[in-house]
Write a protein that binds this ligand. Structure first.
Ligand code: FAD
Length: 379
């Protein structure tokens, strides 16, 4: 373990699900870890907040019990068409609902308990020279490490610095999220379609209901406000109209993000090991980005531990192995996610597919399985 206060074995840029899971994992193996996170915990994030159960064994390994934090168990999926026709299916593996406000803060607490350091600062530059990284921050700090994990989410200033390809393409997607209170079953995650987008609804801790939708800028810009957009577009789906009309908002204002890119990215860039959304983002309609972030953190952490134990001989072997494992686990899920999203974007095709699903709802669990993984193994 490194002891110099500005030199670490591993620096993790971004303390979301991927970054914090890695921080706990690596600290358990006595590596010195610094997480640099620009925001203060806890913080709300735009996210559907439905997590697939595949991560439960690994969260257990990270000493986190989400049900103690009040997570809701979810076993049923509902899908509604733009014309409000409802299709229901049992989720093959099931999942749980927990807010990012609660989950990220709990993971950060665990990371500190395991002796990882967390610094609230923004990374501005990452340089690789002489087989070692230098990381510079907004607060004029400079840190050194043998390994850097990029876990800074969908899109960040660092992507511009690294000149990553996807950052040059504008993305048409934006998303809106709020929490509301009212009647909604604890065990259901719903995906309601509307013209130009879809909206996820599910319960999280404290009986709050997460309502989160994604749409494109073209549909959105015709309206003066979020409220008007919701009334004129979302409310054409009776289920969404009911949810918005029968519940009370918890947030003063919904939170929003834009420029959500689903372009392919590289899981290794400038020798940085990219995890979670920094490596690639799956379409939220697959409801699986969070477990992918956690799974990629596990893959990276296991290999980094082996690298420091000299079971992996050098950086080149580490990078090759990470790419191999990342592709084996995620490539086909991402492809299926892209295909489903294209279908949803295509008005006529999506109507036909919905009709087929209404006739044969038993197909739905098979489609869900293709975008989800197996229960994570800890050993
Ligand atoms: C609309 C929408 C709905 C979704 N719904 C679901 C869902 O229901 N279920 C699901 O499983 N997935 C869902 N996802 C996907 C899920 O939110 C992501 O896959 C997940 O958050 C990825 O976690 P992460 O750790 O990679 O990134 P993040 O959670 O985004 O963490 C990245 C962190 O890096 C920090 N950061 C950024 N730049 C810097 C910097 N320069 N320096 C320091 N820190 C920095 C940020 O502050 C942030 O905390 C949804 C996504 C969207 C867009």
């Amino acid at each position: 373990m490194n002891t110099n206060s500005s030199t670490f074995d591993v620096i993790i840029v971004g303390g979301g699900l991927a970054g914090l899971s890695s921080a706990i994992h690596l600290s358990k193996y006595k590596l010195s870890v610094l997480v640099i996170e620009k925001n203060k915990y806890p913080k709300h994030k735009v996210c559907g907040e439905y997590v697939s159960n595949e991560v439960l064994p690994y969260l257990n390994f990270l000493n986190l019990d989400v049900f103690q934090l009040g997570a809701k168990r979810i076993d049923t999926f509902q899908l509604s068409t733009k014309k409000s026709k409802l299709i229901s299916a049992t989720l093959p593996m099931g999942g749980f609902g927990i807010s990012r406000f609660c989950l990220d803060a709990a993971l950060a607490e665990k990371a500190i308990e395991h002796n990882a350091q967390i610094s609230q600062d923004t990374v501005e530059d990452i340089q690789f020279f002489d087989d070692r990284f230098s990381v510079a921050t907004k607060n004029s700090k400079s840190y050194k490490a043998k390994i850097v994990i990029g876990a800074y989410g969908k899109r960040a200033n660092v992507d511009l610095k690294l000149n990553r390809k996807f950052i040059k393409t504008k993305s048409p997607y934006l998303a809106v999220k709020t929490h509301v209170t009212g009647e909604f079953p604890d065990n259901v995650v719903a995906l309601h379609n509307f013209e130009g987008g879809y909206c996820g609804v599910s319960k999280v801790e404290n009986d709050r209901i997460n309502v989160c939708y994604i749409t494109n800028y073209k549909s959105f810009k015709k309206f003066k406000s979020i409220d008007e957009f919701q009334h004129e577009v979302l409310f054409k789906n009776e289920h969404l109209k009911h949810i918005f009309n029968q519940t009370s908002p918890v947030f003063e204002q919904p939170i929003t993000i834009s420029q959500i890119s689903f372009e392919n990215k590289s899981p290794i860039d400038h020798h940085i090991i990219m995890c979670g959304d920094t490596a690639s983002l799956i379409h939220p309609l697959c409801g699986n980005g969070m477990s992918m972030a956690i799974k990629s953190a596990q893959i990276a952490s296991k290999l980094i531990v082996k690298y420091f134990n000299s079971e992996i001989p050098n950086r080149e072997a580490l990078e090759k192995q990470y790419l191999r494992e990342w592709n084996a686990v995620f490539k086909s899920r991402l492809k299926t996610g892209h295909r489903i999203a294209n279908l949803f974007n295509h008005s006529k095709l999506s109507e036909v597919s919905m009709q087929v699903l209404q006739w044969f709802p038993m197909i739905l669990p098979h489609i869900i399985k293709r975008t989800h993984g197996k229960l994570m193994q800890v050993k």
